[in-house]
Design a protein around this ligand. Sequence first.
Ligand code: GLU
Length: 245
Amino acid sequence: MNAVEGLSTARRIVVKIGSILLADESTGDIRSVWLDALCADLAALRKQGADVVVVSSGAIAVGRHRLGLARATLRLEEKQAAAAAGQIRLAHAWEEALAHFETTVAQVLLTFADTEERRRHLNARSTIETLLRLGAIPVINENDTVATEEIRFGDNDRLAARVAQMISADLLVLLSDIDGLYSADPRRDEKARFFADVADITPEIEAMAGKAAPGYSSGGMITKLEAAKIAQASGCAMIIADGKP
Ligand code: GLU
């Protein structure tokens, strides 16, 4: 399936939202006008009959401001504290925004082990399936507050791909501040080539990926391509899209 065509036909869609879209970098405030517009789109997808699951980043980006953690690079325990302070605000923002569409939000915080260990995986899957059956939108994040460096994803790109695999989604959409895959970072290299469609993640494609800017979000193109590999292995198409418009 071509991923973009898949958007109109997919029955089950996981949408991952990067911190950079949800939270104002200098204040940590949630961009509520943007979030409302996104929720209108999610509601429209549901009206078409699709199951929608959200993987939302932003807890650390929001929480660090609330705790006065201004440094670009945080220590693990500071990230965990920021996630604890930010997650509660994030969940509230999602609830408020989706309430305009009479949709119940259900928060699910997962750890790496919840996606990797069979029993926990099955358990998480059954909870998400039940929420979908009951008409809720599950809003998922990593449980950053309890996850230590060795056992954490650290980025929601791969977490979202694992979730897509877990619930047999047919489409994964990664919304961030870049509109797809380029041969180099288009913000730094004007010769960067755009790839509209990628059928296979070859070593050449992987070599094109750059790291995220430090301090703010954790992903970058590397984790997006890792997510693509997970998605591809489970027959799920993936779109990388600029979430700003
Ligand atoms: N789980 C992190 C948070 O909510 C985000 C990870 C990422 O940037 O992908 O703040």
